[in-house]
Design a protein. Structure first.
Length: 336
């Protein structure tokens, strides 16, 4: 046998002896009183996942529907569509295999009308006896929180910003002085002294300000009443919390505006295990997605060009012209 081969065999035998010695040494060492039971933890997790897979098959076609509500709440935009949301909720209400809704909300809010429609749709869903759990993403403000109030339980991420309970009607611009300075005349023919209110070519009167404030106040009362009713708190407390501010997740929890600060997965587990008594129940995701077509791109570019030209003519920042063109004439549950 060659010398190099003999040397390799000797080294291998020495390694085996060293390893065996270490094993014996460890087995004879006194216990420190600290146990790291990582193996059993991994085993427990694997067993739980296996049990959930078995349970999931036993439940057949039954499922939890994860419905995502994202973006500004209005009739339709790139990330939100009112008709899609309402029809999806109604379809799931009548779907015998659907056992519950897990609603994910990531929204700064939006129009009062649309927010209330979704809130009422979720309340109607609950009349079927199936629960609704809401999970708040990075933001569930104003109309996003309004919709959350329809849930049996509200969960939030630890970094969520929520609340912002209040109403806004947008901004009015009086450009009559600027128009006079640059030599622009703008006149709107109208009947009824308040028909042209909040238009940029006519100053806002005290009467018109009172009219808009009354609309805001009525929508605000509706919001506060919903918070007080669904969060089971006295109206004075709800009013005190409803000053339009944002709350962190922990602040919202302390004030009773949400039920838990936790992860999405833990909320699903609580819903399946504790509420439905169906551990491992599968989850189906429902999310609206809209793809921009060529027409959208062209129109968007044309609008941006027009706004830039108008801003240059008037000597205004482009952002001001954009806001003027996007002013909502309806009350908004929206974080600004």
């Amino acid at each position: 046998m060659k010398k190099s081969v003999k040397s390799g065999i000797i080294v291998f035998i020495i390694l085996l002896v060293v390893i065996a010695g270490l094993i014996v040494f460890e087995s004879l060492r006194p216990s420190t009183g600290i146990e790291i039971n990582s193996t059993s933890n991994v085993t427990d997790i694997m067993e739980e996942k296996l049990e959930n897979r078995i349970n999931s098959k036993a439940y057949g076609k039954k499922f939890i529907a994860a419905v995502k509500i994202e973006g500004t709440i209005q009739e339709a935009n790139n990330s939100y569509n009112q008709n899609w949301i309402l029809s999806t909720i109604d379809e799931l209400k009548h779907n015998e295999n659907n056992q519950a809704l897990a609603v994910f909300i990531n929204s700064p809010g939006g129009a009062v009308y649309q927010a209330d429609e979704v809130y009422l749709a979720l309340q109607d869903y609950r009349t079927s006896g199936k629960p609704v759990y809401v999970y708040q993403g990075s933001m569930a403000a104003s109309g996003g929180y309004y919709i959350s109030c329809a849930a049996n339980k509200i969960y939030a991420n630890r970094n969520t910003l929520t609340g912002c309970i209040g109403v806004i009607m947008g901004t009015t611009f009086d450009l009559t002085g600027l128009f006079e300075k640059v030599g622009i005349k703008s006149e709107t023919i109208h009947s009824g002294k308040n028909k042209n209110m909040m238009n940029y070519n006519e100053p806002l009167t005290d009467e018109q300000r009172d009219i808009m404030q009354a609309i805001c106040d009525e929508c605000y009362k509706q919001f506060v009443d919903i918070v007080a009713k669904n969060r089971h708190m006295p109206t004075p407390k709800a009013i005190n919390l409803s000053d339009g501010r944002l709350y962190t997740a922990n602040q919202a929890l302390e004030n009773g505006l949400i039920d838990a600060v936790d992860s999405w997965d833990h909320m699903i587990d609580d819903l399946a295990n504790d509420e439905l008594k169906m551990p491992g129940l599968k989850v189906k995701v429902y999310q609206y997605k809209r793809k921009n077509n060529f027409r959208d791109i062209v129109l968007g570019s044309a609008k941006e060009l027009s706004q830039a030209k108008t801003a240059a003519t008037l000597g205004l920042p482009v952002s001001v012209v954009e806001e003027m063109n996007n002013l909502p004439m309806t009350p908004m549950y929206l974080y600004k």
